[in-house]
Design a protein around this ligand. Structure first.
Ligand SMILES: Cc1cc2nc3c(=O)[nH]c(=O)nc-3n(C[C@H](O)[C@H](O)[C@H](O)COP(=O)(O)O)c2cc1C
Length: 169
């Protein structure tokens, strides 16, 4: 039997979600799955894939519009495929508040278009250096704190956890 084909696709503003997607893709490839890692804006078709992993960062509590539009655009083709979604952000590491429910809720913006089998949330990364003027202002107003909350072990563990499910599709 040929290896299952997986698309790991992602939206990003500053590259962190791309890094996460690459790491997830590396785990899936290492486990024998035939994996492509492609930004949402560059995906040309999804017929060939058995499973699709979609990733987005959170900005002001929401997924990026490109990630939602990918789901909208490919809705008919995503039907029947096994779909996982991950989001990342810095709020996961905020002290003293239960930040997981709102992060998971942000994924629901995709729900009208796709049937999601698996959801994940990861810590992200924020550096004020290199932000657009608008993002800098928003981050300052929101009181966002710079930091690298990316935990490669977490996302590798999650990726390992979906290997068997995708292999058995
Ligand atoms: C203006 C702004 C708003 C943000 N809003 C959120 C948010 O609502 N929740 C969150 O968890 N992280 C938030 N973040 C952090 C980003 O989600 C995080 O830096 C992410 O890893 C960036 O991914 P990217 O480089 O792929 O765009 C925000 C960052 C900026 C600059």
């Amino acid at each position: 039997m040929s290896a299952k084909k997986v698309l790991v696709t992602y939206a990003t503003r500053y590259g962190t979600t791309g890094e996460i997607a690459e790491e997830i893709g590396a785990v899936l490839t290492g486990a024998g799955l035939d994996t492509d890692i492609i930004p949402v804006m560059e995906v040309a078709g999804i017929d060939a894939y058995d499973a699709v992993v979609i990733g987005s960062p959170l900005y002001m509590g929401k997924i990026l519009v490109e990630a939602r539009e990918f789901c909208e655009q490919y809705k008919p083709y995503l039907e029947g495929k096994w779909i996982a979604v991950f989001v990342n952000g810095i709020s996961l590491c905020s002290q003293g508040t239960d930040t997981e429910p709102p992060m998971l809720a942000a994924i629901d913006a995709m729900a009208p278009y796709v049937s999601i089998a698996e959801k994940a949330i990861f810590g992200g990364r924020l550096s004020m250096k290199g932000l657009s003027e608008a993002d800098m202002q928003l981050a300052t107003i929101a009181g966002a704190r710079e930091g690298d909350y990316l935990n490669m072990d977490d996302l590798r563990a999650w990726a390992k956890g979906i290997v068997q499910t995708v292999t058995d599709l």
